[in-house]
Design a protein around this ligand. Structure first.
Ligand SMILES: C[S@@+](CC[C@H](N)C(=O)[O-])C[C@H]1O[C@@H](n2cnc3c(N)ncnc32)[C@H](O)[C@@H]1O
Length: 280
């Protein structure tokens, strides 16, 4: 028996790490006990569980997947902000959207399908809609464009659908966008305008499960700043699955600090965190 497993608290944390990995592919580092402990205690003060073993027992039991999802949501970071990684938005304006516009004209269609696959509270998805509105101007109205925003964090998704954020979330967004797409609610809080909110659909989806429920193919998939939580095999499976969900010529954006090795296997690398599926 190892020293680790004789310590009951460590054994509980091990169990939690195992669950988070098994269900959601998330790796919680073995040296993160004090972080886990404070997050767990904050969580238990909300749920009314009196001890970590009691909480884990219930989260593991059949029919309590909601509790487990909630718990994992408390352990992972949902931090995001608008216009994160500007290079992606610049690439959209200079290359991706002009290409897409040309394709729409050629194929006589109006559909633009975009998926923000670890969307947190929608900061990324709403920024994409704003980028499209900026590019297409008044023609945006003629398109059938939208962003599917998915995540495992349910409360975070609910916040996204409401579309209200503290001012810090917009710090990096161009001032002209802030003036056009936000309304001030008071108390340092802003709401994304309805025309932008209406074009984002929020859904729960676990990226480590098969993606068959998603129909059709996407012109752009964003999978940014989530793969760092996954192990190598989970990452490779995910990138393979995502590449099959792309339309021919479609793009995958990963985070600039995400490891690009797996994406390179299935897609052509265009820029540091930008990949493209072959057009034919
Ligand atoms: C740091 S945030 C990144 C948000 C945004 N993509 C960005 O770059 O700002 C990571 C998000 O990944 C989500 N996540 C973690 N594991 C996931 C999984 N297995 N399936 C779907 N989303 C997951 C978390 O809930 C969190 O909202």
């Amino acid at each position: 028996m190892t020293l680790e497993s004789t310590n009951p608290v460590t054994a509980e944390f091990d169990e939690l790490r195992r669950l988070a990995h098994h269900k959601f592919g998330i790796i919680v580092p073995a040296n993160a006990e004090s972080f886990l402990d404070s997050r767990l205690r904050a969580f238990m003060s909300q749920t009314g569980h009196e001890s970590i073993p009691e909480l884990l027992r219930e989260a593991r039991s059949d029919g309590r997947e909601d509790l487990l999802i909630n718990l994992v949501e408390h352990l992972s970071t949902n931090h995001s902000y608008f216009y994160r990684e500007p290079a992606h938005f610049e690439f959209m304006a200079s290359t991706l959207l002009p290409e897409l516009e040309e394709r729409l004209r050629r194929d006589r269609t109006k559909d633009i399908r975009i998926w923000s696959s670890a969307a947190a509270a929608g900061e990324e998805a709403y920024s994409i809609i704003m980028a499209m509105r900026e590019y297409f101007g008044t023609h945006y109205q003629d398109l059938d464009a939208g962003v599917l925003a998915t995540d495992i964090a349910k409360a975070t998704l609910r916040r996204g659908a409401i579309g209200e954020y503290r001012a810090e979330a917009f710090r990096h967004m161009p001032m002209a966008w802030q003036q056009k797409y936000l309304e001030y609610l008071g108390d340092n809080t802003y709401r994304v305008v309805k025309q932008v909110r209406d074009d984002v659909m929020f859904r729960w989806l676990n990226l480590t499960e098969p993606l068959e429920m998603l129909r059709g193919r996407f012109h752009l998939i964003l999978c940014r700043n989530v793969m760092i939580y996954f192990d190598d095999t989970t990452r490779e499976n995910l990138v393979r699955n995502l590449s099959t969900m792309l339309a021919p010529g479609g793009y995958l954006f990963i985070g600039h600090t995400d490891n690009p090795d797996h994406a390179r296997i299935y897609l052509d690398q265009i820029r540091p965190a930008i990949f493209r599926k072959k057009a034919s």
